[in-house]
Design a protein around this ligand. Structure first.
Ligand SMILES: Nc1ncnc2c1ncn2[C@@H]1O[C@H](COP(=O)(O)OP(=O)(O)OP(=O)(O)O)[C@@H](O)[C@H]1O
Ligand SMILES: [Mg+2]
Length: 257
């Protein structure tokens, strides 16, 4: 079976800033791939290439075997329809009820034929993330964790085959981080989505990732399952893991004020 996401020898520069210098990656349907890398290493650029918002200077990006550069307008729209995209702040519509927030992408994209079908899908999706009792509420009436789950419910309403997540736990406290992790587990296990996750949270990466890779100096290194990644002798991976542990000790072992 051809991979659902494929990058082949992708190069991308902005002026003389060579961000990606030959990235190849094939992600299988249903797989969760975690993309790690320091700030500025090109993780967001890589996601934008997959969204078709950034174009490679060289190499190929394909979804379900279709090269995005040669796809027709109609094919591109269909391929984009495979994608669900989740950023940190899920950008909820504050004046809309929980129900309408989740129904929004279904109505806008006319994905279901009747109001009854939309209602069923919204209710199923809210139940999936544990928000069945909050249908009539406004986002402002929800806790932070519930808002996080609502943001994922909106992404999941369209049943995306591929979920792209750009650092969804950045800056979040441990409770909200856990809410994001739980929402990702639901996407993976209940919906069988293929997930490409950029995260700074290594516990999340190791728990959810079927494979991980580090973007370093424009290339993807140490690609493999968590045990393989952790044991990689690559100096950039060792430094990355070492720095992460040091940062964590800073925050968890800090001297009392
Ligand atoms: N549209 C653009 N024009 C010019 N330079 C860009 C553009 N988009 C990204 N870059 C540059 O590409 C490099 C990689 O950026 P990117 O946003 O992918 O980093 P990142 O790995 O996502 O970092 P972070 O972890 O901080 O989000 C940076 O040097 C950035 O300045
Ligand atoms: Mg980024």
């Amino acid at each position: 079976m051809s991979p659902i996401i494929e990058l082949r020898d992708v190069h991308k520069a902005f002026g003389d800033n060579q961000v990606l210098r030959g990235v190849s990656l094939a992600i299988a349907e249903g797989e969760t791939f975690v993309l790690l890398g320091r700030s500025g290493s090109g993780k967001t650029v890589l996601l934008k290439l997959i969204e078709g918002l950034v174009h490679p200077d060289q190499g190929m990006v394909a979804l379900e075997g279709h090269d995005l550069e040669t796809a027709t307008g109609r094919e591109l729209r269909e391929l984009r329809g495979l994608l669900g995209i989740q950023f940190q702040s899920g950008a909820l519509f504050d004046s809309m009820s929980v129900f309408d927030n989740v129904a929004f992408p279904l109505r806008e994209r006319r994905l279901l034929p009747t109001a009854a079908a939309i209602e069923r899908r919204v209710n199923e999706t809210l139940a999936l993330v544990g928000l069945a009792d909050a249908v009539e509420k406004l986002p402002a009436e929800l806790s932070g964790g519930m808002r996080t789950r609502l943001a994922f419910a909106r992404a999941y309403a369209v049943r995306p085959k591929i979920l792209l997540c750009d650092d969804p736990t950045a800056g979040l406290d441990p409770i909200l981080t856990e809410a994001v992790d739980e929402a990702l587990r639901i996407g993976k296990r209940e919906l069988g989505a293929t997930i490409l996750l950029v995260t700074q949270s290594l516990p999340t990466a190791f728990e959810l990732g079927d494979r991980l890779g580090l973007l370093h100096e424009g290339q993807l290194v140490a690609v493999g399952p968590p045990e393989v990644f952790k044991a990689s002798p690559h100096p950039a991976v060792k430094a990355f893991l070492h720095d992460w542990l040091a940062r964590r000790e800073d925050t968890t072992g800090a001297a009392p004020a």
